[in-house]
Write a protein that binds this ligand. Structure first.
Ligand code: UDX
Length: 434
């Protein structure tokens, strides 16, 4: 099938490479020349395991990147994978998506046969139906459901395992009232489903329902982690190891074993943004989202728990403190809403001198949060050297292997926000929820 994708961000590029690998011919449109060039040269514009190999094979052949919307005319279906950043009040800003819808519509005015447009960007119910679809139809001077068929198809890829998630999805959700769009999307995903190891449920539903499934999914997961974090803090107060509790909890099928790792909280782009958007969407309809408010509040308060544990052992004013990990989770250089940001801010409030180490995320942190002040170390050992305390924010595997490096600390106080450090003689060890 000939498919086009507008947007070469983290979702667009991953989906483009994976669909090409599944045998489709993919045209990837983006306004950024450097990204277009990278893809056509067979290079990955982002850090994502497996993506570089896929683009080395398909970039410039199976996936052709371009800045020219006209190239869409040779395709049967267009996926819109554009960012929907947060507004001040947590609601989503759809202006980038709407601008792309306009350009797409203007292009489609030149197309004779019917075209399917699929919104992958996460949007609250109503945005596609009331704004995106009419914008495309008006710009194309075409009729919805006749010339242009619209669908939603939310993405559930996790950063750090996006390629793997695309190949073995838990489910594929297709939202559309159009039979033609539904059929074309089935054809698009046929090879993916055939190649997947396990059975992949294919959910056909309405455009609004599909988007709500995405929000509900992230809200549930964020709530699950916030709940285990709250239980964890209570466990700790009673001298209980929350990880022992979580292990037994996980054997209950109704609860499940995943997403029960308590710690310093969740970050990234999706959980914070999607919970905020859902909260704003609820308020917009006069609904008080009290559980979601608590989910966010619990997350916001976890860094304070980490610092309170530190305060029990040492006054860090004027002292060197090591921060281990800056990315919002291991396996990515993404620092968006990383718990490292509030942790470092709270350390600075206490007058500490911060030396941080992360294997890949220093650059991203400096670019995104220039106001967060720290000195970067080249290794965990270097960060620990002369430190009066160490705070662990991200569970990078290499932290589990740290051992003699702790001997380099001025005072061996380790407060672990992720249960990754191996305890050893000679260190004073505190876990946030154990
Ligand atoms: C998430 C969703 O999982 C994905 O389906 C959606 O498409 C995008 O948002 P991602 O943000 O990449 O993916 O990260 P994820 O692996 O889900 O982790 C989210 C946050 O929760 C991380 O900060 C992680 O450290 C934290 N987390 C996760 C925990 O603190 N404990 C856990 O047990 C699991």
């Amino acid at each position: 099938m000939n498919v086009s994708i507008v947007g070469s961000g983290y979702v667009g590029t991953t989906v483009a490479a994976c669909l090409a690998d599944a045998g489709h011919r993919v045209t990837n449109v983006d306004i950024d020349d450097s990204i277009v060039k990278a893809i056509n040269d067979g290079e990955s514009p982002i850090h994502e395991p497996g993506l570089a190999d896929l683009l080395a094979e398909h970039g410039g052949h199976g996936v052709i990147a371009t800045t020219d919307y006209e190239d869409i005319l040779d395709t049967d279906l267009t996926l819109l994978a554009l960012p929907t950043p947060s507004n001040e009040d947590g609601s989503i800003d759809t202006s980038i998506l709407e601008a792309a819808a306009e350009s797409l519509g203007e292009t489609l005015a030149g197309k004779d046969d019917s075209h399917v447009v699929v919104v992958k960007s996460t949007t609250v119910p109503g945005v596609v139906e009331e704004r995106i679809a009419p914008t495309i139809a008006e710009a194309a001077d075409a009729e919805l459901g006749v010339d242009i068929h619209v669908a939603t198809n939310p993405e559930f890829l996790r950063e750090g395992s996006a390629v793997e998630d695309f190949r073995s999805p838990d489910r594929i959700v297709i939202g559309t009232d159009s039979e033609l769009a539904g059929k074309r999307l089935d054809t698009l995903y046929d090879p993916v489903i055939a190649a997947a190891e396990d059975d992949v449920p294919l959910v056909h539903t309405g455009t609004r329902e599909a988007m709500m499934i995405k929000y509900a999914s992230n809200a549930f997961l964020a709530a699950k982690v916030s709940l285990i974090n709250e239980l964890g803090v209570i466990c700790k107060a009673y001298g209980v190891d929350s990880y022992e509790v979580a292990e037994a909890l996980g054997f209950d099928d109704r609860i499940g074993a995943k997403f029960l790792r308590s710690g310093v909280g969740w970050g990234g782009s999706c959980f914070p943004k999607d919970t905020d958007a859902l909260v704003a969407a609820a308020r917009d309809r006069g609904i008080d989202p009290m559980v979601l408010d608590a989910v966010k509040e619990r997350n916001d308060s976890q860094p304070a728990h980490l610092l309170a544990l530190l305060d029990e052992h040492v006054d860090v004013a004027g002292k060197r403190v090591a921060v281990l990990g800056l990315s919002f989770k291991p396996g990515t250089d993404d620092t968006r809403n990383s718990r490292a940001v509030p942790v470092i801010e709270k350390l600075r409030d206490r007058g500490a001198d911060i030396i941080a180490y992360d294997p890949v995320a220093v650059k991203d942190m400096r670019e995104r949060y220039p106001e967060v002040e720290f000195t970067a170390a080249d290794s965990a050992g270097e960060a620990l050297d002369g430190a009066h305390a160490a705070l662990v924010v991200t569970e990078w595997d290499e932290f589990a292997a740290l051992d003699e490096e702790f001997d380099r600390m001025a005072e061996p106080i380790v407060v672990d926000g992720r249960r990754i450090i191996s305890r050893r003689d000679g260190i004073v060890y505190e876990g946030i929820t154990w």
